[in-house]
Design a protein around this ligand. Structure first.
Ligand SMILES: *Cc1c(COP(=O)(O)O)cnc(C)c1O
Length: 495
């Protein structure tokens, strides 16, 4: 029996895994969720012996039950190969009293590579399985990292086009340079005059535009999403939490069956949701610490039960977490509402019309797996400097939000459970913020001088992704108003 996925907004809308991957988003902006989170069917002893690809297969086969073994292994083997700059794929390094799960060894040096290096293969395989003849158009809004990781994953994949919208003034210079230098005849990159939420709203509107879907179908196109709402993004992210636990067992940090904590620097709530699913699969996770930056809408939510996006949007040094609508939280809301699509849809309607909703006390009681923390800009910078000075380890700004959240959590609770921090980006991706945190005097230097300084003080080799953009030509220079996104898409598709 195949595992069936269901929309968070309509119980009657169901899909197999491959159908859900193809569609990305369910109708009426619902998200697909598994009707039941499957348990792992391997023991901890077996997991300890598996490498990353084997772990990926053990986890993903439980979720993508309509893929054959051959299909799934093909996807995994083509995703987690020498695009990653180390054999382990995801190394673990101890620093500041926690285990940093380095999710940034893929082609764009941020954690989104973990999912976006496999999504194109899952998608093309899903299309084949479902006899789709249309060309697949990937439409994505990015706060910086998704865009480049998706572009890198889809560039020149036959039968696909990829269109990425990013907030023109809301990503780091290196993030922007990475995107606008992207090669590939099927890649399109557009800056919008607006913030990430504007970009995401524009993309969501196009996804639910039925007129547009008809026009596209007539021209031989259909949309799919590479955003973290696609279960083809979410499922591969569960793998590294299972892998991390096995490494802690292997190192003797925990005995098989003993608990670990997980701290995740959070924006759209995709990465931490994957950790939550890993727990439901049987990985002993005690507490999930959801770490926010100064856009602390999630911290307030865990504190009060009210999700309120009506607030100032703050540009921080961790731009990939500058988000006021955490799309993937909807999957958790659906779950704690007793998997009631009706109740969830009412909360989401309130979010969309009023920008706010409040969950019931009963639902709040179902959130005990989570603790929210948030870090100020000042605390983030201090934490980077502290761990550099104490452990000679340099973190990026996003990871530092988590490290600070972890320090606060330990101070508040005294909890000494071994802890994994999801380290979501290489410090080389946010070099200026990182180096300024260590010494503000660095600020007078150019971006690439800072890259060389970072290399000198950390002893960590400059990643190929950074070397590549030192001299690359700008290939994408379109900028549009947030109201012109649809027109730009039509222009690209010639419809
Ligand atoms: C996207 C991103 C995050 C946030 O992850 P979510 O799954 O959106 O919560 C954190 N750090 C970095 C570096 C990212 O790129």
């Amino acid at each position: 029996m195949d595992l069936i996925y269901r929309s968070t907004r309509n119980d009657n809308e169901t899909a197999t895994a491959s159908e859900a991957i193809l569609k990305g988003l369910a109708n009426n902006s619902g998200l697909f969720v598994p009707t039941k989170v499957p348990a792992l069917d391997v023991t901890f002893d077996e997991l300890v012996k598996m490498d990353y690809r084997e772990t990926a297969y053990a986890v993903m086969k439980q979720f993508l039950t309509d893929f054959t073994e051959e299909e799934l292994k093909y996807c995994i083997d083509h995703a987690y190969d020498d695009k990653f700059d180390c054999e382990e794929i995801v190394p673990i390094v101890k620093a500041g009293g926690a285990y940093h799960l380095q999710l940034f060894h893929g082609s764009t040096i941020a954690f989104k590579d973990m999912a976006l290096s496999i999504l194109p293969y899952l998608l093309v395989t899903s299309a084949k399985k479902n006899n789709v003849k249309n060309e697949i158009v990937i439409l994505t809004a990015t706060s910086g990292d998704t865009g480049k990781a998706a572009l890198a994953g889809f560039a020149d994949v036959p039968g696909t086009k990829i269109i990425v919208f990013y907030p023109k003034d809301g990503v780091s210079p290196i993030q922007e340079k990475q995107m606008v230098t992207q090669r590939g005849d099927n890649t399109y990159v557009i800056g919008i005059k607006g913030n990430f939420d504007d970009a995401q709203t524009g993309v969501k509107n196009m996804f639910s535009d039925t007129e547009l879907a008809k026009e596209m179908n007539a021209a031989g196109y259909q949309f799919s999403s590479a955003n973290s709402i696609n279960i083809g993004r979410l499922v591969p992210q569960i793998v590294y939490y299972v892998f991390a636990y096995a490494r802690l067992v292997e190192k003797g940090v925990v005995k098989a069956g003993e608990e670990m904590n997980v701290v995740v620097p959070t924006g759209n709530f995709g990465n931490i949701l994957a950790a939550y699913y890993a727990k439901q699969m049987g990985i002993p996770v005690k507490t999930l610490v959801c770490a926010s930056n100064e856009n602390k809408v999630l911290f307030d939510f865990f504190q009060t039960g009210t999700y309120d996006r009506n607030r100032e949007f703050i540009l921080t040094s961790s731009p990939s977490m500058d988000i006021l609508i955490s799309s993937n939280l909807e999957r958790l809301i659906h779950k704690i509402a007793g998997e009631s699509a009706e109740k969830n849809a009412a909360f989401m309607a309130s979010l969309s019309s009023e920008g706010v909703y409040t969950i019931t006390e009963e639902m709040k009681a179902n959130l005990s797996d989570f603790v929210g923390e948030y870090a100020s800009e000042e605390a983030v910078a201090k934490m980077i400097k502290k761990i550099y000075e104490e452990d000679n380890y340099i973190m990026d700004t996003h990871t530092a939000v988590a490290a600070q959240g972890y320090a606060q959590y330990v101070e508040e609770t005294g909890d000494t459970t071994p802890t994994v921090i999801a380290s979501t980006a290489s410090p080389y991706k946010f070099t200026r913020s990182v180096m300024n945190a260590i010494d503000p005097a660095y600020d007078t230097k150019t971006d690439f001088e800072l890259v060389d300084e970072l290399c000198a003080i950390s002893g960590v080799k400059v990643p190929q992704a950074i070397e590549d953009i030192r001299s690359a030509a700008v290939l994408h220079d379109t900028v549009c108003d947030k109201t012109e996104m649809l027109a730009e898409v039509k222009k690209i598709l010639g419809i």
